[in-house]
Write a protein that binds this ligand. Structure first.
Ligand SMILES: Cc1cc2nc3c(=O)[nH]c(=O)nc-3n(C[C@H](O)[C@H](O)[C@H](O)COP(=O)(O)O)c2cc1C
Length: 202
């Protein structure tokens, strides 16, 4: 678990009120999804406390996600962003192992009414990223969470945000082996929107 350098754990807002907690739970092998996670956290900074929860291969033992500490962090969050690269048209198996391990929370609806959002990346512009986002939204619905999509109409933003036109969540893809700045800006925007919703919901 990691807090961003520019985000102080336990920080209170200027009014003295405690800020909501945003947990960003994601899997990333080569770092692209991690860049999105960091950009999303930057967008939320100042409005929420932020904890970055990267799912590691070692969290999975004999096929089962075993990091109870990560799940407990989410228990205490007001908002959760789910992130995974799109692998074979869906979330990576490591993310799915985490999701499966949340079933104890599901039976108690322990995460109900938390705000949720999702982000993903892929190698192709139309590499079935929408299926990964759909999965995240269904996971949120199973938990009784409230879904936060993107309110940027694709192709309508002057700065090119929401480049791939998905409003369910953030879909991105690599261009010349790196993420365009507009995708990182969209991630920042989604983080800001999530933080605003979490503040309103508190
Ligand atoms: C096993 C595997 C399956 C993949 N499947 C897809 C896919 O279905 N669609 C797609 O656009 N990209 C696919 N990719 C590409 C990854 O989504 C892409 O490399 C992504 O940037 C990796 O994210 P990371 O840097 O956070 O690990 C796949 C990559 C791997 C290794």
């Amino acid at each position: 678990m990691q807090n961003l350098d520019d985000v102080k754990d336990g920080q209170a807002s200027e009014s003295g009120a405690t800020m909501p907690l945003l947990a960003v739970v994601y899997f990333s092998i080569s770092g692209t999804t991690e860049k999105l996670a960091h950009a999303l956290a930057r967008g939320a900074a100042g409005m929420t406390e932020i904890v970055l929860c990267r799912i590691m291969g070692d969290d999975i033992v004999s096929g089962r996600f075993q990091n109870e500490g990560l799940l407990e962090t989410l228990d205490g969050a007001d908002a959760v962003a789910f992130g995974s690269p799109t692998y074979m048209g869906g979330p990576a198996a490591q993310f799915k192992a985490f999701a499966d391990a949340s079933s104890d929370r599901w039976s108690k609806q322990a995460w109900a009414n938390k705000i949720a959002a999702g982000f993903t990346t892929g190698a192709c512009a139309s590499g079935d990223q929408l299926h990964t986002l759909s999965y995240f939204s269904i996971l949120a619905a199973q938990h009784g969470m409230l879904w936060c999509g993107l309110d940027i109409p694709g192709g309508e933003d002057p700065s090119g945000r929401n480049r791939l036109g998905s409003q369910l969540g953030l879909a991105t893809h690599l261009v010349d082996a790196s993420l365009p700045q507009s995708d990182l800006s969209t991630a920042e925007y989604l983080g800001q929107r999530l933080a605003k919703m979490a503040s309103r919901n508190g």
